[in-house]
Design a protein around this ligand. Sequence first.
Ligand code: AMP
Length: 249
Amino acid sequence: MKIIVAVKRVVDFNVKVRVKSDQSGVELANVKMSMNPFCEIAVEEAVRLKEKGIATEIVAVSIGPAQAQETIRTAMAMGADRGILVQTDDTVEPLAVSKILHNIVEAEQPQLVILGKQSIDGDNNQTGQMLAALLGWGQGTFASKVEKDGEALKVTREIDGGLETVSLKLPAVVTTDLRLNEPRYAALPNIMKAKQKPLETKTPADYGVDTAPRVVTLKVTEPAKREAGIKVKDIDELVEKLKNEAKVI
Ligand code: AMP
């Protein structure tokens, strides 16, 4: 089974993002960038399927600037076999990403595409779903467990208030939730080996995909500042404040 894994380069999850003064977006200059955490989980799952002898080849794909090569190299250091960088400096919205991935899937003919459930910069939660729709494939989103079940794939999904298990006919699309696995750290020898693995560079135009944005960001604002808490001396004061100040009881 060949697997394609989509890996996005985003602001590192540890960075406290700052809104640009003109409110057009967040500051990206001199900010640490890393692989989107849900994409790390996607790579880890693909590597585990390969280690179990279920997958034979893993192709990591990223759409983004030249530096997204590093994201693909990280995926390779974790165990992906080769990479495809679709290079562009434009902001690429989920619809365009899924159209590019659709083309790559048609060319590569994988049995499975694994994506993160969400990119932590745009919080879109759209790409996997749109890709499955474009391909006409089944999808198992928010996966917390993935098992091969004969010719099918059994996916446990994290849904509101519980878990849902679905059986997907292959080929299929899976998107990863947080509890699916804990991604490995790439060991130094594997980081070195990853430098030798094949990485192809393409452009959106090679796939005939127009990446012009369909959505205009009107403004980006900081969340409201939280006020510091206070200490109360006893239960009576707490109850009084909850009743008369916070008005929650
Ligand atoms: P989103 O729909 O933007 O929340 O992203 C969901 C998932 O789609 C991510 O976790 C990635 O697996 C994939 N994805 C989105 N944008 C890109 C991109 N530019 N390059 C590679 N994969 C992407």
